[in-house]
Design a protein around this ligand. Structure first.
Ligand SMILES: Nc1ncnc2c1ncn2[C@@H]1O[C@H](COP(=O)(O)OP(=O)(O)OP(=O)(O)O)[C@@H](O)[C@H]1O
Ligand code: SF4
Ligand SMILES: [Mg+2]
Length: 350
């Protein structure tokens, strides 16, 4: 699947970093992927791997020190990286929408939720107050808020966490976005509410032909809602494949580790399974494969040469093992094929 479908969003070789006093530090290192029309792409990866930074770059909402250092973000054929703030704010909430992790921080405590949703409608549509409120009411009904007409007059603190998240979704959907980015949309909620919200998003997606890019730690959720899955590691895409392929036949050693260590997929979890070792910090990033400090299969050249992201058996994968070069590469010194005792320090020294 893939090539023949229309891409709604195309991220190409995206480099993002943070300005520091004299230099800048790179975080996203050549991130490339697409979101096709009408699909749900889930992004997974350990904390700090750059998932939120990827979504914020797309939305044009990078923190102050953040900068796009290279690459393209194409939405409907236009490069968002070249747009100014005004153009981006017109797109946001209109064609492009985002739901953030913690609804309390994104809702304004001093206005009623109805007013806030109506405001969003009025920012993007030439409509009067009354019409904006009736659109808000319609959205509250759509997202399953009980007694919606009364809830419009509530302040955020008067609603439960699940209801606030529904308000956020109503707000994000008010202008019929073509792409909805949901960054951990349900982690703050309890499990039954999580399931309801995800089901809701899925229904709305089907009804409106919307594309969803969803970030979540929960592989159980991923296996249920994703059409395709993108795995990130230390600021890079390391694997991308359709749902079934990724779970049944993971190709990258990191993805294999993730999936092998899920005790039971359906089990309630809010963190990714544990793989030994830790993610290298941006300042101490290995020169070659960024996973080489933890990879049980690493060869000598993995430490110095960065593997390309390329197609392999219906997957896109970044690992030397899936290239012609693998056979000629030098085994990790003094270690047999199935494992090694090298420490992280050994590997970083290069
Ligand atoms: N304002 C900032 N200044 C400097 N570095 C930052 C800033 N924000 C994020 N980073 C760095 O960028 C990297 C990626 O952060 P990001 O928030 O995208 O991770 P994430 O994958 O969303 O993690 P999580 O799962 O914890 O939400 C992290 O290593 C972090 O240290
Ligand atoms: S390139 Fe080498 S170190 Fe990196 S994941 Fe593949 S085998 Fe492991
Ligand atoms: Mg994040």
């Amino acid at each position: 699947m893939g090539e023949k479908m229309d891409a709604q969003l195309k991220v190409e070789d995206l480099h993002v970093g943070f300005k520091q006093k004299k230099s800048s530090v790179n975080i996203l290192n050549g991130v490339s992927f697409q979101v096709y029309k009408g699909e749900t792409l889930c992004i997974v990866g350990e904390s700090g791997c750059g998932k939120s930074l990827t979504s914020l770059s797309i939305m044009g909402l990078l923190p102050k020190q953040g900068e796009v250092q290279g690459g393209k973000i194409e939405f409907e054929g236009e490069n968002l990286v070249q747009k100014n703030m005004k153009q981006m704010s017109r797109l946001r909430g209109n064609d492009l929408s985002m739901i953030f992790q913690e609804p309390m921080t994104s809702l304004n405590p001093v206005h009623t939720v109805g007013k806030q949703v109506a405001e969003v409608v009025r920012t993007h549509r030439q409509v009067g107050k009354k019409e904006a409120y009736s659109r808000a009411l319609e959205m509250f009904e759509l997202v399953g808020i009980p007694s919606p007409a009364e809830r419009l007059h509530n302040y955020p603190h008067e609603l439960s966490g699940g209801m606030r998240q529904r308000v956020m979704i109503a707000m994000a959907l008010a202008c019929n976005p073509k792409l909805l980015i949901a960054d951990e949309p349900t982690t703050a909620l309890d499990v039954t509410i999580q399931a309801q919200i995800l089901e809701l998003l899925n229904d709305i997606k089907a009804e409106r032909q919307m594309s969803i890019m969803m970030i979540t730690h929960d592989l159980g959720v991923v296996s249920e809602v994703a059409d395709r899955v993108l795995v990130m590691y230390a600021g890079e895409v390391i694997e991308c494949a359709n749902n079934r392929q990724l779970f049944n036949n993971p190709q990258h050693p990191y993805t294999q580790g993730l999936i092998a260590s899920i005790p039971k997929l359906k089990e309630e979890k809010d963190e990714l399974p544990i793989i030994e070792g830790s993610v290298p910090s941006p300042e101490k990033m290995p020169k070659g494969c960024r996973f080489s400090t933890r990879c049980p299969f690493a060869k000598q050249e993995c430490l110095t040469d960065s593997p390309p992201l390329q197609e392999a058996e219906e997957h896109t994968v970044r690992c030397w093992m899936h290239t012609d070069r693998w056979e000629e590469m030098t085994p990790w010194k003094g270690v047999d094929e199935d494992g090694r005792e090298a420490t992280e320090q050994d590997l970083i020294r290069s």
